[in-house]
Design a protein around this ligand. Structure first.
Ligand SMILES: NC(=O)C1=CN([C@@H]2O[C@H](COP(=O)(O)OP(=O)(O)OC[C@H]3O[C@@H](n4cnc5c(N)ncnc54)[C@H](OP(=O)(O)O)[C@@H]3O)[C@@H](O)[C@H]2O)C=CC1
Ligand SMILES: CC(C)(CO)C(=O)C(=O)O
Length: 337
């Protein structure tokens, strides 16, 4: 079995994953569009702050697909959604691999599948967080496994072996027989806490500490949960919590839902949403596949998602330079709730 790994997008998630895999002895190449970042990977090596411990790792890297040689057993797709088409189409044309692993947030597996075809798709989600500090410098901020799966739930040889390999980057990595349940559970986390962290300009944990934001968070979660239920997806446990525990059906649910929310925060409270990081460096965000993914699915199902729609609108305003992240956004959302 070909175990060469190509990581496409050597930023926060891809660069940390590649660095950890190289340190564990795997055959890894990174394809990244940023030539300066690539030169550092090939030269002095990436500076990686791994949960408080700094190291430097050299990683073979190229800045364009024509510079890749041979075939790869796995292509790990760790790109922002806006770059998927430009990055993956040339790889498919060059037939570099039979397996592409979609690891982005939101409903990106659908976009990856469109480009690579259903046979070549493995779906994954990333439980841990990282920050792209600067070219050549990445920081892993929280620890949690990857979860992987075939769309049809099969425990194939390729996904089983990939989970073994990725254990070396994120211990606890596993194969799920219901990966779409995982994708949607993660989507609830991202739409709620990345959505609110981004509009408010705060960490996940700060959303839970702010009374107004916390109240909106539980309503936003409940809105997304209703869409997943409408779709018939059975949601998997995420960060040790069953998604139903954060749902508000009546006012009496607030204490238990708040306790469940705090349990999630105990694991990921230190996270700065990657959408917020994008806004801070003036880059477009992934809001259209995160909160926008929920809105689009809801529309197909005839469901209303006012809070998710408002987050999409607010983030687009910020992207266009109208306003900037701050707690005023929590009040704007609370007024809708
Ligand atoms: N950061 C996090 O904590 C988490 C992120 N995710 C998800 O993982 C995915 C990746 O996010 P993240 O690692 O933060 O993103 P980053 O922006 O840090 O990394 C993406 C990298 O891909 C490069 N790139 C852009 N276009 C291309 C291209 N055409 N070909 C090759 N490389 C390209 C970027 O270069 P340049 O910077 O020059 O554009 C950048 O180095 C996203 O979907 C995100 O939502 C999931 C869980 C956690
Ligand atoms: C860090 C993590 C995993 C939190 O859910 C994430 O997805 C993000 O910030 O984009």
């Amino acid at each position: 079995m070909n175990e060469r790994i190509l990581v496409v997008g050597g930023g926060a998630i891809g660069g940390v994953t590649a660095g950890r895999l190289v340190r564990a002895g795997h055959d890894v190449t990174v394809l990244d569009a940023n030539g300066f970042h690539v030169d550092i990977m090939n030269g002095p090596g990436l500076v990686l702050d791994l949960l408080g411990t700094r190291c430097r790792v050299q990683i073979p890297a190229v800045d364009r697909p024509e510079r890749l040689d041979g075939q790869f057993g796995y292509v790990l797709v760790t790109l922002k959604s806006l770059h998927l088409d430009a990055a993956l189409t040339p790889l498919v044309t060059r037939n570099v691999s039979d397996t592409y692993v979609s690891l982005g947030n939101g409903l990106v597996q659908d976009v990856v599948e469109e480009i690579v075809g259903p046979e070549r798709l493995v779906v994954g989600i990333v439980g841990w967080g990282a920050t792209n500090v600067a070219p050549g410098h990445l920081r892993q901020t929280t620890a949690a496994p990857f979860t992987l799966g075939e769309r049809d739930g099969a425990r194939s040889t390729r996904v089983t072996r990939l989970a073994e390999i990725l254990q070396d980057a994120a211990p606890g990595t596993r194969v799920s027989p219901s990966i779409l349940g995982q994708v949607w559970s993660k989507l609830l986390v991202n739409s709620t806490f990345s959505g609110l962290g981004t509009v408010g300009g705060v960490l996940y944990g700060d959303v839970a500490r702010d009374r107004t934001a916390r109240d909106v968070a539980l309503r936003l979660w409940t809105e997304g949960y209703g869409v997943a239920a409408g779709l018939g997806v059975s949601l998997d446990e995420i960060f040790g919590t069953r998604p139903a525990e954060l749902v508000l059906r009546e006012p009496a649910d607030v204490p238990a839902a708040t306790a469940a929310l705090n349990a999630v925060m105990a694991q990921v409270g230190a996270t700065k949403a990657s959408m917020l990081q994008d806004l801070e460096r003036g880059a477009p965000t992934e809001v259209d596949v995160i909160n926008g993914g929920i809105v689009a699915t809801a529309r197909r199902l005839g469901l209303a998602t006012p809070l998710n729609s408002e987050i999409v609108a607010i983030v687009h305003e910020y992207e266009q330079g109208q306003g900037s992240p701050g707690p005023g956004a929590f009040e704007r959302l609370a007024a809708l709730a």
